[in-house]
Design a protein around this ligand. Structure first.
Ligand SMILES: NC(=O)c1ccc[n+]([C@@H]2O[C@H](COP(=O)([O-])OP(=O)(O)OC[C@H]3O[C@@H](n4cnc5c(N)ncnc54)[C@H](OP(=O)(O)O)[C@@H]3O)[C@@H](O)[C@H]2O)c1
Length: 336
């Protein structure tokens, strides 16, 4: 058996596909025969900047779905033959056995989830990074009680049509929050289908004022904000919206910009998705319990829409180039 892998051999090099041995899983790990993987912004950012890479060559990719080929000796939740999706943690482990963009990947069992028959491998492949990032932000950074506890109040998601933002919309709505999404008008209906009560257009220079006016008119308020984008002043605008309602909590997928206004009335935190493998009890709850249950009862669905990139593993560079140019309400998936 062979393992074709998409290697990055040096900073900013083009991806090249070569054979390598099939990796072996450790005690609490799974060897997955990959069926599909998806790209994330961090992949092209790592390729071009070299950030988070300790040595070359490496294999990028965080999102993967496939079949369990071998379960480590300490694994009890999964068995050979299970259909799974998982967070490939090369970003944190620095070990390219854990990169998604190859035919076989080693996953931590705490960051994998069994897929119900209703979810294809392609749909499964777009879940892990989005769920990890939304879940870590909501349950760890914002410290919101886990279900079945219920929450209430207004929850703003900036970038609600993005991969991470659309997952945050679904989780926040399922917890009981009244969700307000910020996205392009073309994605408003979709974001509402995912659970948002209303949406606002980030291209509108008065978006912050419109959010505040609209909620005050309805006697509602925003207590929490999740900024999935952190670009073009979005974090600062989230702060201003929260301050208009007396303050609150804001979490960010990137650090709060140094030149943004500091505030004491908003508690701001940023975080990394990789906490699902670093804090394994949390990862197990999120991936082995909550996500499995939520996919089975369809209270959480893979989002946003999938665009397939043809060409198998040879198409990794093409997919990274497409993602770098910017996506709108979709996720790129390669089927192996
Ligand atoms: N901290 C972490 O561990 C972590 C993990 C994952 C991702 N991230 C970061 O989080 C960010 C989002 O990642 P992603 O995978 O969700 O991205 P993505 O799906 O590729 O983002 C594309 C979406 O972003 C929306 N968008 C672009 N600019 C926007 C703006 N100014 N305001 C609101 N929406 C905007 C677009 O919306 P429209 O189409 O509606 O215009 C589009 O749907 C990236 O910077 C990524 O690097 C961080």
């Amino acid at each position: 058996m062979s393992n074709q892998a998409a290697f990055l051999k040096e900073k900013n090099a083009q991806i090249t596909v070569e054979e390598r041995p099939i990796p072996k899983p450790g005690a609490n790990e799974l060897l997955i025969k990959n069926a599909a993987f998806a790209t994330n912004p961090v992949d092209w950012k790592m390729q071009s900047s070299g950030n988070w890479i300790e040595s070359y060559p490496t294999i990028l990719g965080s999102d993967v779905a496939g079949t369990v080929e071998e379960a480590g000796s300490g694994v009890s939740h999964f068995k050979k033959g299970d259909r799974v999706a998982g967070f490939a943690d090369v970003l944190a482990s620095k070990n390219y056995d854990n990169g998604a963009f190859q035919q076989y990947t080693v996953l931590k069992d705490c960051a994998a989830t069994r897929l119900p028959g209703s979810i294809s491998f392609e749909e499964g492949s777009i879940l892990p990074m989005a769920v990890a990032t939304a879940g870590v932000g909501i349950f760890l950074a914002l410290d919101i009680p886990r279900p079945p506890a219920k929450s209430q109040g207004g929850f703003l998601v900036w970038g609600a049509s993005s991969s991470v933002g659309s997952a945050a919309v679904q989780i926040a709505a399922s917890l009981g929050y009244t969700v307000y999404g910020v996205c392009s008008p073309r994605h408003s209906a979709y974001v509402k289908e995912l659970g948002a009560h209303d949406t606002f257009d980030y291209n509108d220079s008065l978006v912050d004022k419109k959010i505040v006016q609209s909620l005050k008119a309805a006697n509602e308020q925003i207590v929490i904000a999740y900024d999935a984008i952190v670009e073009h002043g979005s974090a600062q605008i989230c702060v201003e919206v929260l301050e208009a309602f007396g303050g609150g909590k804001l979490c960010l997928t990137l650090p709060y910009p140094k030149d943004a206004r500091q505030t004491e009335r908003v508690e701001i935190s940023s975080f990394y998705a990789a906490r699902v493998v670093l804090e394994q009890d949390f990862g197990r709850w999120l991936f082995n319990e909550w996500l499995e249950r939520s996919l089975a009862d369809k209270t959480f669905i893979p989002s946003p829409a999938i665009e397939k990139v043809d060409g198998g593993i040879q198409a990794v560079q093409k997919a990274l180039d497409m993602h770098k140019k910017g996506l709108s309400g979709k996720k790129l998936v390669i089927t192996l």
